[in-house]
Design a binder for this molecule. Structure first.
Ligand code: MN
Length: 251
């Protein structure tokens, strides 16, 4: 969401596991949802994160293509894991899904944490350069919680910093967190990057981010995670707007 315009431009794909062993939803009877922190680490340990990331990318791009054809023009952000940088077929697979679902590359942004980017910097640069050359965007996720080499960050083809929610959620009450957020927005803009605040939960934080010139915000203040088919009805009932449909990249 853009604080300046109150316009929804991007969504982040978040995976949930409807699990048969969990208590179903009391009203709808839908299966209970296993949160990602209970299965993503297992998927990473077993290598199943590779097929899982591929499934999420395919599903997310299919959904964005369907929304576009329904007149809802959005980009989607998908989280990658360190394992995914070792998947040599991933760039070609992404190109195939973009084409199959009729989605412009600039409408996909892949998110990588500082730890993932810096763990194997040479490999990150090689793989991400191939993906960026296709026109797909790249973001540093949870920025401020890991170790980024600024010299290296400058060389990576990223175009967005996502400020970790621990700073944003406390910035309205904690002067140090507010200073970190303000200086990260300044750093990002000086490097020509877009800056997103994660974990925005209240109006005071939203207003401060808008005043600081933060490009995008996400978090419970704007909306809670929801299934894709509920996005349209949620948007209709919300104070937010969407960009008019266009085939270019959302801002
Ligand atoms: Mn993320």
């Amino acid at each position: 969401m853009e604080p300046r315009t109150r316009r929804l431009a991007w969504v982040e794909a978040l995976v949930r596991w409807p699990h048969p062993d969990l208590t179903p939803h009391p009203a709808t009877g839908a299966p209970g949802l296993l949160p990602p922190d209970e299965f993503i680490p297992l998927a990473e340990q077993t290598g199943l994160i590779g097929p899982l990331t591929r499934w999420v990318l395919d599903a997310a791009l299919r959904q964005v293509g369907a929304w576009e054809r329904a007149g809802l023009s959005l980009g989607v952000e998908v989280n990658l894991s360190a394992w995914d940088l070792h998947d040599p077929g991933l760039p070609a697979a992404i190109a195939e899904w973009l084409a199959a679902h009729g989605v412009a590359p600039a409408r996909l942004r892949l998110e990588l944490t500082e730890g993932t980017l810096m763990a194997d910097a040479a490999r990150s640069l090689a793989v991400l350069s191939r993906i960026a050359a296709m026109g797909v965007r790249l973001a540093v996720d949870d920025f401020g919680t890991g170790y980024s080499s600024l010299a290296y960050l400058k060389r990576l083809p990223v175009d967005e910093l996502k400020i970790d929610k621990s700073f944003d959620s406390a910035m309205a009450t904690d002067a140090a967190d507010a200073a970190i957020v303000a200086s990260t927005i300044g750093l990002g803009h000086s490097l020509g990057l877009r800056v997103t605040a994660e974990g925005v939960e209240d109006h005071a934080t939203w207003e401060r981010l808008a005043a600081l010139g933060c490009d995008l915000a996400q978090g419970y203040y704007i909306g809670r995670p929801l299934p894709p088919d509920e996005l349209g009805p949620w948007l209709d009932a919300s104070p937010w707007t969407v960009a008019p449909s266009s085939l270019g990249a959302p801002p």
